[in-house]
Design a protein around this ligand. Structure first.
Ligand code: GLC
Ligand code: CA
Length: 568
């Protein structure tokens, strides 16, 4: 990475000049594709690589310059590809290696980078390594995973996020031992303490980097380091996942080694899922002088939304704190949705017919005007919403199904459980992409693996493409504004009126370029008084067609109104 000096020349004379460490991945707008749900070309109801290839021009039309695609490796699909059985092959549902090569070429031809999901906290139990590992205690692959011999008794309790009993140890009779799985039983954890495992992973990364991939998103990586003596955890804290399972000793050594062996040798970006347990740990993962990863992907923001809503003041504080902490060093990701969350507009906006469009445009304005690399999840450029499932049989997600079994066996209030699920299940964010108003939204000619949302008749690409006021076209305008204005990428961020209960207001400043962002997070009109309004030059973005109501220092915003104003 090079340190370049940027000077923004407005009139004749260059004003103050800020030294910025620039990088392509800081300037990227990432579009996340869940391949299973994007586009099916062979009628089996499952999205595939050829489908993404068919839609490359659409992807390009968004203005984005990077895509992150969820795992595409061979997999028995216990967790939709997050259980890899062969890291050097393509899942047959998705196509072939030739398809992958064409996809990568097609992206690169359009100047779009490709970020690969790397799932190496665990593999599938159907991976050859695990088959070998479980076959005998003296198999050369035994130490690729974590085993606890049953003659030592039951291993100290470890919590599993996806297990129907919440137990991360699974007894395997073949060798009379337990193996560890932080996720489902079909996802045994790899033993990162074993240098051979690390070398395998680095070789896999090189295999893909040599093919030309531009980055890696490290799935669940915070959990790879383990104290392999498996001490008993303090009573009552055994389920404290972040505290006792994340960021354990060894993690930074593994990352430094990965950086040395792979990342530093290619022009690739790297981001891990999660950002440590506090700001200090987040910095330790991503600061340049650490030589580990490039950017932090923190959950504090996305985690704020609960079935009963979220508090805007807290929301502002959270994003502001993270920005402040990373204003001098390190770099952040900005996101409010992904494949593990419900839909953006249903969780953070208002998906009622009256406000769905404006509130989704407002949220996209937010994500695309913050400092940090924005990650936009497929369908959120259209305003796709949660799906309304009422029976557990409609859900497909392993996390959801096992959580249901667990709740049932623990005698939980199942009515509440189902209603929470309706709001938060990951399947909400995984329904097929809505392309047009034809059968199955143009996603498939067969039976979609997960139902298409009924609202595809009016929420779809074809309809929105034609309408200059659509969410889709607002999204495109926002991406364009960001990419054309370094102030939105590198400019400093300043929160205004932190205590305003309805409006999120901030400025972005880079040398002599300054923008004011005003976002009304409520369903009613709201006003704010700001001296900055006296310097307003131009309205750059507005999710309403009417002129922004500014009277002296007072701006009145309509429900969910989002505006970006340039200041002099
Ligand atoms: C990450 C992924 C999630 C997956 C889990 C196990 O959290 O984002 O989708 O289920 O890891 O790999
Ligand atoms: Ca298919």
């Amino acid at each position: 990475m090079v340190l370049i000096t940027v000077s923004c020349v407005n009139n004749k004379e260059p004003k103050a000049v800020t030294a910025i460490s620039k990088a392509w991945w800081k300037e990227a707008v990432v579009y996340q594709i869940y391949p299973r749900s994007f586009k099916d070309t062979n009628g089996d109801g499952i999205g595939d690589m050829k489908g993404i290839i068919e839609e490359l021009d659409y992807i390009k039309s968004l203005g984005i310059n990077a895509v992150w695609i969820n795992p595409i490796y061979s997999s028995p699909n216990a967790d939709n590809g997050y259980d890899v059985s062969d890291y050097r092959n393509i899942m047959s549902d998705f196509g072939t290696m030739e398809d992958f090569d064409s996809l990568l070429q097609g992206l690169h031809d359009r100047n779009i980078k490709f970020i690969m999901d790397l799932v190496v906290n665990h593999s599938s139990d159907e991976h050859e390594w695990f088959k070998q590992s479980r076959s005998s205690r003296d198999n050369p692959y035994r130490n690729y995973y974590h085993w606890w011999p049953a003659e030592k008794g039951k291993p100290p309790y470890r919590y599993s996020l996806f297990d129907a009993k919440g137990d991360a140890w699974k007894y395997d009779s073949i060798t009379n031992a337990y193996y560890l799985h932080y996720f489902s039983q079909k996802q045994p954890d790899l033993n990162w303490e074993n240098p051979k495992v690390r070398q395998e992973v680095f070789d896999i990364m090189k295999f893909w980097a040599d093919k030309g991939v531009d980055g890696f998103r490290l799935d669940a990586f915070q959990f790879v380091a383990k104290d392999t003596t498996f001490p008993k955890l303090p009573d009552g804290f055994e389920k404290n996942f972040i505290q006792y399972y994340a960021m354990q000793d060894g993690l930074h050594d593994y990352l430094k080694e990965m950086n040395r062996e792979v990342l530093s040798k290619y022009d690739v970006m790297s981001v891990a899922e999660g950002a440590g347990r506090n700001f200090k740990e987040a910095h330790e993962l991503v600061d340049e002088d650490r030589h580990e990863l490039n950017m932090a992907y923190a959950f504090d923001g996305v985690d704020l939304a609960k079935p009963d809503g979220y508090d805007l003041i807290k929301f502002k504080n959270t994003f502001t704190k993270w920005d402040q902490e990373f204003s001098k060093k390190g770099w952040l990701s900005i996101f409010l949705a992904n494949h593990d969350q419900a839909r953006l507009v249903s969780r953070f906006g208002n998906d009622s017919p009256e406000f769905r469009e404006v509130s989704e445009k407002m949220l996209n304005t937010f994500i695309l005007s913050m400092r940090g690399t924005p990650y936009c999840y497929y369908g959120d450029e259209l305003g796709m919403t949660n799906i309304d499932f009422d029976s557990i049989s409609q859900y497909q997600d392993i996390a959801t199904i096992n959580a249901y079994k667990k709740a049932l066996s623990e005698g939980k209030d199942m009515k509440k459980f189902m209603s929470d699920l309706n709001f938060s299940s990951r399947d909400n964010g995984r329904t097929p992409m809505q392309w047009d108003d034809s059968k199955n939204a143009g996603f498939t000619s067969g039976k979609p693996w997960l139902p298409v949302n009924d609202n595809y008749k009016y929420i779809n690409v074809a309809t929105e493409d034609k309408n200059p006021n659509s969410i889709l076209n607002h999204f495109r305008n926002m991406v364009k504004l960001r990419r054309e204005n370094p102030v939105l990428i590198y400019g400093s961020y300043q929160l205004l009126q932190p205590k305003h209960p309805d409006i999120y207001a901030y400025t972005r400043t880079l040398d002599d370029q300054k923008m004011l962002v005003l976002l009304n997070f409520t369903d009613h009109n709201s006003s704010i008084e700001l001296p900055q309004t006296r310097a307003v030059q131009k309205t750059l973005i507005n999710n309403y067609n009417s002129v922004v109501a500014i009277e002296g220092e007072k701006v009145t915003l309509k429900p969910y109104q989002a505006v970006i104003l340039s200041l002099n």
